[in-house]
Design a protein around this ligand. Structure first.
Ligand SMILES: NC(=O)c1ccc[n+]([C@@H]2O[C@H](COP(=O)([O-])OP(=O)(O)OC[C@H]3O[C@@H](n4cnc5c(N)ncnc54)[C@H](OP(=O)(O)O)[C@@H]3O)[C@@H](O)[C@H]2O)c1
Length: 257
């Protein structure tokens, strides 16, 4: 029996990971801030799939929250075989519209927590000679627009570099880069989504299935949908300066408002 730890397990993409990994027979450590929701999720997954589901209440925007999850990941007696660094959020508004406190909170959750949790997990996994880490980034990582995309670009670069450094150790690291997924993300940020074309939306369960397939194939970066593969392939042909302009214009027209 293997154990997976998922941050941000209670909603959206994290909940899809929890459903899929429980169905596959993995025990789970579920991490988020809302204790009631975590306990209900743990009971439901245990009852449905017969797996053990542990609850870890932690705010990854706080040092104490990051430390408690890092301690669990470093527990050699109850090893974690797969870490899904998924917790994240968006801030509504363009650069300078968002308060510095909110910008720093995003960096803490998207970058510092991901660095510290990946490191705690990878160290223990390297000792055992096996394990996996999925860091949930975004296709926004590949477009020079906004601090959200910049934080996710860090996740992609960090994960690719760490995957290379740990090659041959038995530890796999992969950045998962979704496009738009219908979750609580946009509503929590107060963003309207009416003008995002229907074809751009991905299904969270399908996204997780192709992400896990890509991890099994040993990919360091997963863009788990042909539509976004084509879009990003086309974006690579455009000079970066021009890409920023196009992305700002199309983002204003077809992006979250
Ligand atoms: N939805 C999209 O279109 C999309 C696209 C690309 C990438 N992503 C990325 O996918 C990941 C998951 O997003 P989602 O769309 O599934 O969002 P979501 O539906 O809003 O779920 C976010 C999850 O993260 C937890 N969380 C938020 N802040 C946290 C904190 N400070 N500490 C601990 N847990 C926290 C939430 O639970 P609590 O509130 O209880 O803590 C919840 O379980 C994020 O990293 C996001 O950037 C999303």
């Amino acid at each position: 029996m293997t154990t997976a730890l998922i941050t941000g397990s209670t909603a959206g993409i994290g909940a899809a990971f929890a459903r899929r990994l429980a169905a596959d027979g993995h025990d789970l450590v579920l991490v988020a801030r809302d204790a009631k929701r975590l306990r209900e999720q743990a009971t439901e997954l245990h009852d449905r799939h017969g797996i053990e589901a542990e609850v870890l209440i932690a705010d990854l925007a706080e040092d104490t929250g990051i430390e408690s999850v890092a301690t669990r990941l470093g527990d050699r007696r109850n090893p974690v075989d797969l870490l899904i660094n998924n917790a994240g959020f968006g801030n509504k508004g363009r650069y300078l519209d968002v308060s510095m406190a909110d910008e720093l909170k995003m960096l803490k959750v998207h970058c510092e927590a991901v660095l510290r949790l990946t490191s705690a997990a990878a160290e223990a996994m390297r000792e055992r000679g096996r394990g996996g880490v999925v860091n949930v980034a975004s296709v926004a990582a590949f477009v020079p627009r906004g601090t959200y995309g910049a934080s996710k670009a860090w996740v992609v670069q960090f994960t690719q570099g760490a995957a290379r450094d740990l090659a041959g150790s038995g530890v796999r690291l992969m950045a998962l880069c979704p496009g738009f997924v219908r979750t609580e993300f946009h509503e929590r940020a107060g963003m309207g989504t009416d003008n995002i074309p229907g074809w751009m939306w991905l299904d969270a369960d399908k996204l997780v299935a192709s992400g896990l397939d890509d991890l099994a194939r040993g990919k360091a970066v997963s863009i788990p949908d042909p539509r976004y593969k084509v879009l990003l392939g086309a974006a690579k042909l455009v000079p970066r300066g021009m890409l920023g302009g196009i992305s700002s214009r199309t983002g204003r027209k077809y992006g979250p408002q």
